[in-house]
Ligand binder design. Structure first.
Ligand code: FES
Length: 138
């Protein structure tokens, strides 16, 4: 089997799909090569991610990784969300085929882009905290 049970589960039954109208941070990231796009919405209270929703126009692995990424950061502190790596998303999904690793990078960067937007809205330069947001190129 190319995909783990968990990937198939998060693809067919993605968690936290949708938008947050009064989001505190919104991040959008795309991959020019495959054309897939992810949008991540965060609600943040007192440095805690109290809600998170996403919309992904992309491949099955992009849907599964964004779904898992939302599960991993929901209820966590901003600091924990900043530590979320694409490897952690892949591990939580019991692995991804090598050609699909870039999809998990998209999920990681979508979270970071939303956190960047959160800091920008507070009048804080996000780069020293979140780093540069890079669109994955593979
Ligand atoms: Fe591009 Fe999956 S193929 S995100």
């Amino acid at each position: 089997m190319l995909y783990s049970e968990k990937v198939l589960d998060h693809f067919s039954n993605p968690r936290n799909v949708g938008e947050i109208e009064d989001a505190d941070g919104i991040g959008e990231i795309g991959n020019a090569k495959c054309g897939d796009i992810m949008k991540m919405y965060l609600k943040i209270d007192d440095n805690t991610i109290t809600d998170v929703k996403f919309k992904t126009f992309g491949c099955g692995a992009a849907v599964a990784t964004s779904s898992m990424a939302t599960e991993l950061i929901k209820g966590k502190s901003i600091d924990d969300a900043l530590k979320l790596t694409n490897q952690a998303v892949v591990e939580a999904l019991d692995g991804l085929p090598a050609v699909k690793i870039h999809c998990s990078v998209l999920a990681e960067q979508a979270v970071r882009a939303a956190l960047s937007d959160y800091y920008t809205r507070q009048g804080i330069d996000p780069v020293p905290i979140v780093g540069e947001i890079k669109e994955p190129e593979e």
